[in-house]
Ligand binder design. Structure first.
Ligand code: AHR
Length: 512
């Protein structure tokens, strides 16, 4: 049996828990918008055609921000097509996903959906086929009160108050040769800087995200960030990072260690941003918006419709997740949380149907994938400060990352209420691991510490999946192995192989 120890100390604070860590992404792609969030014929649909059951699960998932409308889609998008009377909107070819975009849902509808779902919208502008002027027009439409062409048009379309969008992405994955309007770092950096500078003339309070690399495996990774930030440093606040992971060649051991890659990716972007800061003599820091991350079996699910067809809302990227995928998603959130000092926003890509935790049948049922649960529980119970934990764990050999920790974990602590949550994974394929949580730093040598709840997601078959007919069997369940002697300063819990666990403790509150 493996054993590991985790020392948790409220003094090891990384940063406050940021609600924006729990963002997601809605792209005009496949069935994410049409028959996903929007399905006018559905029994729960509202007057705008938005499904009430999707809104409900979005809230249950604990989503904070939603990035919109893409993704690759945004690089060919004319946002003006999707405003005003719906029956007068043109249908357009969507080159990114070889689909037809009916433009039934546009910026005003999305903002209404966001308000209903209780999420903060995060908009992306098209810097692929378009440029500074179109970004300014969209910003004027969204954020200017009244008295100008675009703001008055918004009012004429029925939205009197500005949408007041704070976070804006300056394009999407402009480093990728697949991107419409793909650019060199120098070309993109100049355009992003000029777009940002002009957008701030309209609204100085914006938070702007420059495109970083679409993966740390891109040949331009590192030099892309350095060049883009050299051009944009004073005009932007954040640089994006995107990462998708999946099991290849039956190598579950490496797949389970995906967070090792995410950790390095974040640390490399931080180092690059800080190097530009030093070289240019800035005082502010550029932080990271990890605005696309997830498990995505890129070679297993169709990413374009059948040849020579341009369907509306085809079935694309509809990955069906298993227990191991959920463990990886939980572990990626652990990585994002422990870097909360510099990762200041993140978006699980995507929200519904497209590589998503929520699945819908057109006009029919809704269900939760396995990946839904670690996200929902982390979003709900990660409160207060993120704590770096001191971890002593055995390691195991992986083909991709060499010797890798078997256990990974992070904790959060809310001093005002005394709520502590520990999120942990056991990456071992076959061995359970007994974890000893050392909580002596709380109260007097751990006195007054109580175990509130321990939930574990695991299954003898790590490839087991939830289905539309049964999405309640593969969920986190109470972990009966937990041991804690009253007044003791150690909490012991056994983590099954390939598992994700949340331990909730109550410790004496310390803040007023
Ligand atoms: O999330 C799916 C796609 O992945 C996005 O459109 C793109 O930005 C990324 O490559």
């Amino acid at each position: 049996m493996n054993t590991a120890t985790i020392v948790i100390d409220p003094a090891f604070s990384v940063s406050p828990v940021r609600r924006r860590t729990f963002g997601s992404f809605v792209e005009h792609l496949g069935r994410c918008v049409y028959t996903g969030i929007h399905d006018p014929g559905h029994p729960t649909a509202d007057a705008d055609g938005f499904r009430g059951d999707v809104v409900e699960l979005t809230r249950e998932l604990g989503i904070s921000t939603v990035r919109y409308p893409g993704g690759n889609f945004v690089s060919g998008y004319r946002w003006e097509d999707a405003i005003g009377p719906v029956d007068q909107r043109p249908a357009r070819l969507d080159l990114a996903w070889h689909s037809t975009e009916p433009n039934t849902v546009g910026v005003d509808e999305f903002m209404r959906w966001a308000a209903k779902a209780g999420v903060e919208p995060m908009m992306a502008v098209n810097l692929g086929t378009r440029g500074v002027q179109e970004a300014l027009d969209l910003l004027e439409y969204c954020n200017v009160e009244s008295g100008t062409y675009w703001s008055d048009l918004r009012r004429a379309h029925g939205t009197e108050k500005p949408h007041a969008v704070r976070m804006w992405c300056l394009g999407n994955e402009m480093d990728g040769p697949w991107q419409i309007g793909h650019k060199t770092a120098q070309e993109y950096g100049r355009l992003a800087a000029e777009t940002a500078r002009a957008m701030r003339m309209i609204d100085p309070g914006l938070e702007l995200v420059a495109c970083g690399s679409s993966s740390s495996a891109m040949p331009t990774f590192g030099s892309w960030e350095a060049t883009v930030l050299a051009e944009t440093y004073e005009h932007v606040d954040l640089i994006s990072a995107h990462a998708y992971y999946y099991e290849t060649d039956g190598d579950l051991a490496s797949f389970l260690a995906s967070a090792v890659n995410m950790d390095r990716f974040i640390e490399d972007v931080v180092a690059t941003a800080d190097a530009v800061r030093a070289a240019q003599g800035h005082t502010k820091r550029i932080n990271i918006s990890f605005d696309e991350w997830n498990v995505w079996y890129q070679e297993a699910t169709p990413s374009v419709p059948p040849k020579d067809t341009w369907p509306v809302a085809p079935v694309l990227l509809e990955d069906h997740y298993n227990v191991a995928d959920a463990v990886v998603v939980g572990n990626l959130l652990i990585s994002l949380l422990r870097h909360s000092d510099r990762v200041q926003a993140a978006s699980l890509a995507q929200l519904v149907n497209v590589i998503a935790p929520i699945m819908t049948e057109p006009g029919g049922r809704i269900w939760r994938q396995t990946t839904f649960h670690p996200f929902a529980l982390t979003s709900r119970y990660a409160v207060g400060e993120v704590l770096r934990v001191e971890l002593a764990t055995p390691t195991y050999e992986t083909t991709r990352y060499g010797q890798t920790p078997v256990v990974d974990a992070v904790a959060t602590h809310d001093a005002a209420t005394g709520a502590v949550a520990v999120f942990a994974v056991n990456r071992s394929l076959a061995e359970p691991t007994v974890v000893e949580l050392d909580v002596r730093a709380f109260g007097a040598q751990g006195e007054g510490v109580e175990v509130v709840e321990v939930l574990t997601l695991a299954n003898p078959d790590p490839y087991a999946r939830a289905t539309v007919d049964d999405d309640t069997s593969l969920v986190p369940v109470p972990n009966a192995s937990v041991e804690h002697a009253a007044g003791g300063h150690t909490v012991r819990v056994e983590l099954p192989p390939v598992s994700w666990t949340m331990v909730r403790l109550a410790v004496p509150p310390t803040a007023g």
